[in-house]
Design a protein around this ligand. Sequence first.
Ligand SMILES: Cc1ncc(COP(=O)(O)O)c(C=O)c1O
Length: 429
Amino acid sequence: MPRWPAAPGRSMENEASSQRRAGRNARATPDPKKRADSPEGSGARATTSLVRRRIAAELDELRRDRLYRWLDCPPGIPLSSNDYLGLARDPRLVAETARAIREGGRVGSGGSRLLAGNAPEWERAEAEFAALAGTEAALYFSSGYLANEGLLAALARPGDLVFSDSSNHASLIDGLRLSRARKLIYPHGDMGWLEAALARHQDEACAKLIVTESLFSMEGDFAPLARLVALAREYGAEVVLDEAHSVGVWGPEGRGLAAEAGVAGELLAVVHTCGKALASAGAFVCSSRAVADYLVNRARTFIFSTAAPPYLAAQIRAALRLARAMDAERAHLHVTAARLRDGLRAEGFDLGASCSQIVPILAGTPETALAWAESLREDGFAVRAIRPPTVPEGSSRLRVSVTATLGEDEIDRLLEACLRARNRAASRA
Ligand SMILES: Cc1ncc(COP(=O)(O)O)c(C=O)c1O
């Protein structure tokens, strides 16, 4: 449930329209929907504390800058879902999960993996993900965010050097922050810059890590994995790879881009998440046995968190089994995603370097991105405007996730709706 201030039925669109109507004076407008438990609306205190005033001021600022976010369940054909293979509603997966709950005997894990929460189901799932990634071992974390954060915070130390792509996901960035290692952020995908930086620091004896996504979640383009691994080899660095958006979708049997590039055996660790194409939750860090054992002892997001319930392991294993066999769905997805990209580019839309099922449609300002999202929603498509700080200033966008359940006719209708969105926004400006 939205906590505040989304009134029932409030949508991104009517927020965008009301902000447009209110103009940039929205900051000064008192909000009639303030709830009693809202930061500045509490009647329980005679004076307002600094923390509460700061929260209220920051929320006002976000609204003024069109960067305010709220929870919503937008109706329409979903274009923001990472359920790339359409497995989330697949009756086979639903039945497998129901069976695992019915027959499993327990639905709660009872504690962290190191206490009461371990289960043979998790060990089986880990063995299957190690086989998928071609590594000795795998360790499950209850979200991709926690996997990345725990992994990097455990691997890197103050004094180490970490080379990190500028478009990396927040979970990778936060793991590096926690590690307190020195960070060198290289411009997105710029291997020349990376090589020069590695060369500049080659005489330093510290540990060196290169951290990247394989398919970038906001750009829809690929990291040049073969080149990156060659550079790591040449300069004595290790590579940590996040395959969140490629597992299930890219590579042989959906085993990811490292498998496709033939570099899986050269990585220090590769993260396969289960919440996207695998329609489940959590993530596996796939690595050598030594790295997995180290994480069991040192990754705080693994150690100090209650294990996920065993039935989820059964769901993930079933999803993986199904996903590996979905070559036809993958082929369809790649064809429809290419149809959308080609069609949009032919009409002059800027999609950056997207070459995958993730299709960012660059709008520029948050206001334009919100207006395009509103127009698409009027045409029956549910898509979210992505704005800073998720993406850099000036690059607000719609992020369209093409999924295997979309047909070519829907792609064509979407193309027309995008054109209408651009025209409508231009005529309202
Ligand atoms: C590239 C990338 N890595 C990691 C994550 C985090 O995964 P999870 O949603 O399982 O926490 C995400 C989530 O959006 C992501 O896009």
